[in-house]
Design a protein around this ligand. Structure first.
Ligand SMILES: Nc1nc2c(c(=O)[nH]1)N[C@H]1C(S)=C(S)[C@@H](COP(=O)(O)O)O[C@H]1N2
Ligand SMILES: [Mo]
Length: 381
């Protein structure tokens, strides 16, 4: 990793001062990296263009014709596969809900300065591709290998460190036909060349990306050009510097804990209709059918609760059981009796492992895994 003096590499990610607004730089990031418009929670599979997008650097020039995926390092047979070779291998389709680890970051106080997500950094797609374990078996992973490092074709500089976008997975999680979570579902990791039945669009990693069901977005390396098997845990920027949970009582440069699977969250499609500037929702008195989706990277969501009074009292919503798509979000619905006045609506999800959404912000320096319950201000009149 080369040092580039755009910024001080040793400086931790910054948090905004009290009352400090979103800067022009953050606005530029927010305009490039858009979220899911929450009314699109009505679709089980997010329609093209409405799935959230997060790109650290530029979308690289990566055409399908001269594309090669290299598999190298601690393997018996290094491979160089073009798209035709990958497409000739057996493929499967998984419906996967993907969420950015920074979703909800801009709602934190103090606010970590980065891509300023509200709650929309999520989407669900049908990803088709080659199970990663098939390609790793073809290459023959040597027993000394402990991790697989995945390299994207995009390149940039982040907090002073020039780099290709790179992330790793333990060999067990990468090659695993068992997920290790007792579900017997397999890890489901895919080399995906198809999104919703079409070749991947440029912003989602054309022509090839990694899909790691249940994990936050940073693991799903786009524009995937190389898989390297290594004999020691990978310590690159996106693994050991970024995407770590560093609590408020830890030093800004402490190692922290790695960000991995998606914490449970429920979101509501905002009811009624919006005021243009404030986005405040307006409804008329009477029963209002509320609906949305809930998900967790640790297994099925077993309960969704609704609060019409800002989280003081909760009632059960009806949540659909997890169907044939173990890694996709689940629909929930309930009815709210709207009476004139101002209200704050909330929902919260609990998964099968008993993980639930907090009512107090789970603050950490990067603003990761912030699954604070959603608050939707509504004016009934
Ligand atoms: N090569 C590469 N892969 C990447 C990224 C990136 O910047 N470069 N961003 C990651 C992050 S942080 C997220 S949240 C997801 C977003 O995937 P999407 O844009 O398809 O929704 O891609 C991940 N894969
Ligand atoms: Mo992300």
């Amino acid at each position: 990793m080369e040092q580039v003096s755009v910024e001080d590499a040793s400086a931790p990610a910054r948090t905004a001062a009290a009352g400090e607004g979103i800067s022009r730089e953050e606005l530029a990031l927010a305009a490039r990296n858009h979220g899911l418009p929450l009314e699109a929670l009505r679709y089980e599979v997010t329609p093209p263009g409405l799935h959230y997008v997060l790109v650290h650097y530029d979308i690289p020039a990566a055409g399908p014709d001269d594309w090669r995926l290299a598999v190298r390092g601690l393997v018996r047979t290094p491979l160089s596969l073009d798209l035709a070779a990958l497409r000739a291998l057996p493929s499967v389709t998984h419906r996967v809900t993907m969420e950015c680890a920074g979703n909800g970051r801009a709602l934190l106080s103090p606010r970590p300065v980065s891509q300023p997500w509200l709650t929309g950094a999520v989407g669900t797609a049908d990803w088709t591709g080659v199970p990663l374990h098939l390609v790793l078996a073809e290459a023959g992973v040597r027993p000394e290998a402990v991790e697989a490092v995945f390299t994207g074709a995009d390149h940039g500089v982040e907090r002073g460190v020039e780099q290709d976008y790179r992330r790793s997975l333990p060999v067990g999680a990468a090659a695993g036909e068992g997920s290790g979570d007792g579900s017997g579902e397999g890890s489901g990791v895919l080399l995906a060349h198809t999104m919703n039945g079409r070749p991947l669009p440029p912003q989602h990693g054309s022509p090839l990306r990694l899909v790691v069901p249940g994990w936050y977005g940073m693991a799903h390396v786009k524009w995937l050009r190389e898989i390297t098997l290594v004999d020691a845990p990978f310590t690159g920027f996106q693994q050991s510097v970024a995407y770590r949970y560093r609590r408020a009582d830890e030093a800004p440069d402490s190692p922290g804990e790695p960000v991995t699977r998606i914490e449970p969250r429920a979101l509501m499609a905002p009811p009624g209709f919006p005021d243009f500037m404030s986005r405040t929702r307006v409804v008329h008195p009477g029963p209002v059918r509320l609906h949305g989706r809930a998900w967790s990277g640790y297994g099925p969501v077993v309960r969704v609760e609704f609060s019409g009074d800002g989280g003081r009292t909760w009632t059960e919503a009806a949540v659909e059981p997890r169907g044939p798509h173990p890694w996709a979000w689940q629909a929930w619905t309930c009815v709210w009796e709207a009476v004139p006045g101002r209200h704050t609506l909330s929902v919260r999800a609990t998964d099968g492992e008993g993980r639930a959404q907090p009512l107090e912000q789970p603050w950490n320096r990067g603003g990761f895994g912030n699954n604070l319950v959603q608050r939707v201000p509504v004016l009934c009149c």
